[in-house]
Design a protein around this ligand. Structure first.
Ligand SMILES: Cc1cc2nc3c(=O)[nH]c(=O)nc-3n(C[C@H](O)[C@H](O)[C@H](O)COP(=O)(O)O)c2cc1C
Ligand SMILES: O=C(O)C(=O)c1ccccc1
Length: 378
């Protein structure tokens, strides 16, 4: 099918669903209680970085080329030995059951259907094995939150991901502790304290066997204790390296020197991200951090990107600035909250089609040509 056929198809398919981010968020607000809605929507401190993440995209304008014959389009991207049909990934987002009962199962199934690689969070409501069983043959990566009290739990989860056919490990390094999130304080809302996000822990033999008892209170306490990991450092990454043959990516890089260090330490890829503004408020917008990181890495490892991607043209800008692929966060969860698996499918379909149309209308026919697009910066 040509891009045009697909575009018409998605116009039809989206008839009953919200289309853009603002509409999706409004629909999710209707569907959710203030606690869960606030948890997903909000970010850290005065939400300065949250606003900057999206506002900063406006500083970059695409300068299109015309008369290039854009009748064909190939959006394939090869990352760490695997080829993916498009450079759009699902960002790791935990505790999906706060948005919808089907949680990560709905998201991963929608992702499998539309061939978006799925990055599963450590704090998922469903386990690695439950998701793998429902999405056989699809591309999946595993995001790891380092277990500070029991690093054997980290190694066990990584082994399980490997056994389930996941293709990479994403170690998140910006969440040694949760950011200062005023909305959650206001709402007195902590998903972990309420027992969400346990799927990978309660199914983990190493985690469970170390507990004194299997009461909810003990499980919650131990997860919270483990997820607070301020000691995380480069030595832990070497240890992780010894426990998996999968490629390791680091998520949360913003400084070019950290990007260089990652390359020097043998890390296989990085994700430029500020966690959607949810960690340190006042940090640089993710899109503004990207160019210097791209320069520092100089093509040696793939660079994924997230934080602030709201539509296809945002993805094109990030790719043009040197990202190998981009990850979509909150839009997916709003789709989940408002329409379950079907809602996520609509969001992904719209993202895909807008990205494809945007690439073609900027005169590019593949991702190499997208990378060579010129951007004007205000
Ligand atoms: C509700 C919620 C939960 C998240 N959970 C995780 C997580 O478990 N692990 C992780 O690495 N990032 C997590 N993130 C961050 C996302 O991976 C991503 O960096 C962020 O959503 C990007 O910002 P955006 O959604 O504004 O585009 C979470 C984000 C949200 C909104
Ligand atoms: O809220 C988040 O951003 C996040 O990464 C997280 C951390 C612990 C539990 C649930 C989500």
């Amino acid at each position: 099918m040509s891009t045009n056929d697909l575009l018409l198809k998605s116009i039809e398919a989206s008839k009953h669903y919200p289309i853009n981010f603002t509409e999706l968020e409004a629909a999710a607000k209707q569907a959710l209680e203030p606690g869960p809605f606030g948890y997903i929507r909000s970010s850290a401190g005065g939400e300065e970085t949250y606003r900057k993440n999206t506002d900063s995209f406006y500083k970059y304008s695409i300068i299109p080329r015309f008369l290039t014959d854009v009748s064909t389009l190939n959006t394939e991207v090869t990352i760490l030995g695997h080829t993916y049909p498009h450079p759009l990934f699902i960002a790791p987002v935990g505790v999906n059951k706060i948005a919808h009962e089907d949680g990560e199962l709905a998201v991963s199934k929608a992702a499998a259907k539309l061939e978006f690689p799925y990055i599963q969070s450590t704090v998922s409501s469903y386990s690695i094995e439950e998701i793998a069983a429902e999405t056989k043959g699809s591309s999946k990566w595993f995001q790891l939150y380092w277990s500070s009290q029991q690093k054997e739990v980290s190694f066990s989860m990584v082994r399980r991901a490997e056994a389930a056919g996941y293709k990479a490990i994403v170690l998140t390094v910006d969440t040694t502790m949760l950011g200062w999130r005023e909305e959650d304080i206001r709402n007195q809302y902590s998903p972990l304290k309420r027992g969400f996000g346990q799927g990978n822990y309660v199914s983990d033999p190493v985690f469970m066997s170390a507990l004194n008892d299997h009461s909810q209170e003990t499980i919650v306490h131990k997860i919270i204790e483990n997820i607070y990991h301020p000691t995380l450092n480069w030595t832990n990454i070497s240890e992780l390296r010894e426990h998996t043959t999968l490629p390791i990516l680091i998520k949360g890089i913003l400084h070019p020197e950290d990007a260089k260090l990652a390359v020097e330490k043998g890390i296989d890829g990085i994700i430029v991200s500020n966690h959607g503004g949810r960690q340190l408020d006042g940090v640089i917008a993710s899109i503004d951090a990207l160019p210097a990181v791209v320069q520092a890495v100089n093509g040696r490892i793939p660079i994924l990107f997230d934080s602030g991607i709201r539509r296809g043209s945002d993805a094109v800008k990030a790719l043009a600035l040197g990202a190998t692929a981009v990850c979509i966060g909150r839009p997916v969860i709003w789709g989940l909250a408002s329409g379950g698996q079907e809602g996520v499918e609509r969001v992904l379909e719209n993202f895909l089609q807008e990205t494809r149309v945007s690439i073609s209308l900027s005169g590019a026919r593949n991702l190499e040509e997208v990378q060579n697009l010129q951007l004007f910066k205000d």
